[in-house]
Design a binder for this molecule. Structure first.
Ligand SMILES: [Zn+2]
Length: 780
């Protein structure tokens, strides 16, 4: 008996003991530990951790060796912590010099303050003469050539990156930055000194439009502040603004050799395929089903390297802090033998500072299926600030956020500031684009050391690291074990539907829109067009008074509502989108309200009517021209600023209309119009609204849209839905279109054009709001 008891007792003890062993003991996040990783990462040996440079790669090695030491599992199939890839590497090496030499005097200028090396510049160490070359535009076939009559061989060309206003349209292609660079190179120049006239107060030494094809090993491309340009012109017998005024007035170049020289010493590196690596580790899930799903937390480990002045940019906060928090969470989870149901992945990305290159590479070459990745939580700059932690991304991951908000302990939620989130700023962006709910975490409180040499360890507070660490660690624990399905259908399409500034062209009456959507919050419909309806039987003044009444009371109700706002400008619109509001834009269907008295168009526009939509307005046309009435009305519309949207016109009528309008308008069509109409649309800066009909198949529509985009360009094209986007059918149809569009590669800006930017541009032009120009010409 006794022996039996002992055996049983031993067995019970054994059970308890092993239970105690397997039971996870929680290990707290150690802010001091995290701080120690930052000390290592922001130390002189890592030289600013620029990816592709030895210092950056040393950072990756450091993290991987800690992961190994702590016993984390590697993520790759080969059992490595590294995911290798190549990036385009550009660097301006330490030690740069620029001097202007006029006669016997030399003056040198500060790098970064007064001048800068531009992307894809080559290296050089030389003195050369400076030739003033206007805008640096070479278009002899169009009778404009800034290089005509001057010899630029072996010299600097000095030009403004703006364009001559009057020739802007004509020289559009030749004025592209890469074309200007190419011309200077082909004509034998040694280098470019570029500046911008626009706003001499602002620092604007970073230009866009250079391409890697522009890189020539010994061709130098610098940007200058106006200060240097003024210095060059100081002793010349002419005045810069006078020269540009002359070009403007005569449309003729005024280039000349200045007789002044410039010396440069620059070593700029461009390597199109430099090896680098992400660092990835995991803790495998233990649930037999859920382990096939994962939660990723990550941060970028790279920074800016050494700046051209030799200053090491240590990036303690940006982003050794985020890296350290990811590392410390990995360490304590491993130490506590944390056994998540779902797999937890730790990702440290390379090349963020050069455009999210590492995270982009990972989402293109995932090591865990994207469609099984529940969420991504990114940390960038989490070592400094007030003690509040910004946790952004709920609009794009509402299910995930709801769970977190319910389950995170109060003492954590007390210091969390939730945010709508969205792409941009850091590595959560490529995850979002794949449809993975991506959250961005940053501690609150801006410091002025951002991307400056002062981003050093003394900025970092361990207690702030701990706040982020506790919050993210808990969030991961929750998400890694919470039961339920976190994978809604069409996740990726849904992200793009939400992200695009979506216009609902289904045109309900204004009062109805307000009634139905006054409490809208974070809706995917960003701009709703609504019609101020005309009551039956009313005409002339009675009708107009009724319209104004309806409009004014509608405006009042919108102002009082929580979820709606009233369109006033594209700036207001963008601002209200960020607050999750739906903007309402009132318009009229038909022109009864001013047909008898076209001057009323102006009054209505002033009161807040933005567009007039007319279906088959045959009264506008006589044979082969506008009718007398048509002329008056088009004239009045042009003056008023009301945007005209017309549908169901014959192609001949469309031509007449486009030839006679002074303001751009929108043609609604179900199919692509003929070539002449397309040309007129471009010429008048109007737009084609390609109708997405009720019930039309998304794939079929997208084929037509693509045809139109190729023939017309997205700048003049927009999607016009008939089915209501608030309702399931309309939403699903749009998701079908998006699903097709995700299969095609678009240039930047093209997708926004199709969804809203084209419409807003045409509206702006119709209202006479010229887009702000980079070139502000100041006559004297
Ligand atoms: Zn950063």
């Amino acid at each position: 008996m006794f022996r039996k008891k002992v055996i049983i007792l031993c067995f019970v003890f054994f059970l308890l003991f092993s239970l105690a062993l397997t039971k996870e003991k929680k290990i707290p996040f150690d802010g001091q530990q995290a701080l120690s990783y930052i000390k290592d990462l922001a130390s002189d040996t890592m030289k600013g951790r620029k990816s592709g440079q030895p210092g950056g790669e040393a950072g990756a090695e450091y993290i991987a060796s800690r992961f190994k030491e702590w016993g984390l599992e590697p993520l790759t199939a080969e059992g490595s912590y590294f995911q290798d890839f190549t990036i385009e590497h550009r660097n301006v090496e330490e030690g740069v010099l620029f001097e202007i030499i006029a006669g016997n005097s030399r003056r040198n200028f500060y790098y970064g303050e007064d001048w800068r090396v531009q992307p894809y510049s080559g290296s050089g160490n030389f003195v050369a003469e400076i030739v003033f070359a206007g805008y640096g535009i070479h278009a002899p076939q169009k009778e404009y050539d800034d290089y005509a009559g001057v010899d630029i061989k072996g010299k600097w060309v000095l030009f403004s990156t703006d364009s001559p206003r009057r020739l802007e349209e004509k020289l559009k292609d030749e004025a592209k930055m890469d074309e200007r660079i190419k011309a200077a190179q082909e004509l034998g120049a040694r280098g470019i000194l570029a500046f911008r006239m626009a706003d001499p107060q602002a620092r604007q030494m970073d230009f866009a439009g250079m391409k890697k094809e522009n890189y020539k090993q010994d061709f130098v491309f610098l940007s200058l502040e106006n200060k240097i340009v003024d210095f060059i012109f100081k002793d010349l017998k002419t005045e810069l603004r006078y020269l540009f005024q002359q070009i403007e007035e005569t449309s003729k170049p005024v280039s000349f050799e200045t007789g002044i020289k410039a010396f440069v010493s620059v070593s700029a590196i461009f390597d199109p395929k430099r090896p680098t690596r992400n660092v990835l580790a995991k803790i495998s899930g233990v649930d037999k089903d859920l382990k096939n799903e994962c939660v990723i937390i990550g941060a970028h480990m790279d920074h800016l390297g050494i700046d051209p002045l030799g200053e090491v940019m240590n990036g303690a906060d940006d982003n050794a802090s985020g890296t350290a928090v990811v590392m410390e969470i990995a360490r304590i989870m491993r130490l506590a033998q944390f056994k998540p149901k779902r797999t937890v992945i730790f990702g440290l990305w390379a090349g963020e500072e050069q455009g999210f290159l590492g995270s982009k590479y990972y989402t293109e070459h995932p090591l865990f299926p994207v469609e099984k990745t529940l969420a991504y939580i990114n940390m960038d700059m989490v070592g400094h600030g007030s003690g509040k932690v910004r946790f952004s991304g709920k609009y794009y991951g509402p299910t995930v956020w709801d769970v977190l908000k319910q389950r995170l302990p109060k003492q954590i939620l007390d210091y969390v500031i939730e945010g709508r989130g969205g792409p941009g700023g850091s590595d959560h962006t490529p995850f979002l684009e794949k449809g993975i709910p991506g959250f961005g975490i940053m501690t609150e409180g801006y410091h002025f050391k951002y991307h400056r040499e002062g981003d050093e360890i003394d900025l970092i507070k361990p207690e702030i690291l701990k706040k982020t660490g506790d919050c993210v660690e808990q969030a991961v624990e929750i998400l890694a074990s919470e039961p339920g399905n976190f994978f809604p259908p069409r996740r990726q399409e849904m992200y793009h539907l939400k992200y695009q500034n979506l216009i609902n062209f289904e045109l309900p009456p204004l009062d109805e829109v307000i009634e139905n959507h006054k409490d809208a919050k974070d809706s995917h419909v960003d701009l709703q067009l609504a019609i101020v309806t005309e009551k039956e039987g009313m005409i002339a003044d009675e009708l107009r008074i009724d319209i104004l009444k309806t409009l004014l009371s509608g405006q009042e109700k919108i102002r009082e509502s929580k979820g709606l706002s009233l369109y006033t400008s594209s700036n207001q619109f963008m601002g209200d989108i960020r607050q999750g509001k739906t903007t309402i834009m009132p318009g009229l269907r038909g022109i009864n309200a001013f047909r008898d008295d076209p001057r009323w168009a102006e009054v209505l526009a002033k009161q807040g009517i933005y567009f007039v939509i007319v279906d088959n307005p045959s009264f506008l046309f006589a044979e082969k021209e506008l009718s007398l009435e048509g002329k008056k009305i088009i004239e009045a519309l042009s003056k008023s600023g009301l945007l005209l949207i017309v549908s169901s016109l014959e192609s001949s009528q469309e031509k007449i209309l486009l030839e006679n309008t002074k303001k751009p308008l929108i043609l609604l069509e179900k199919d692509l119009p003929d070539k002449e109409v397309l040309e007129l649309i471009k010429k008048t800066k109007s737009a084609l609204g390609l109708i997405l009909s009720r019930g039309e198949e998304g794939a079929f529509y997208f084929t037509k849209l693509e045809e139109a985009r190729k023939a017309l360009g997205s700048e003049y094209l927009m999607i016009v839905n008939q089915e209501c986007l608030w309702k399931e059918a309309g939403k699903e149809q749009m998701l079908d279109v998006i699903s097709e569009r995700l299969k095609v590669k678009f240039e930047t800006g093209e997708v926004p054009n199709l969804f809203s930017a084209t419409f807003l541009r045409v509206l702006g032009r119709a209202r006479g709001e010229e887009p702000s120009r980079p070139f502000a010409f100041i006559p004297f």
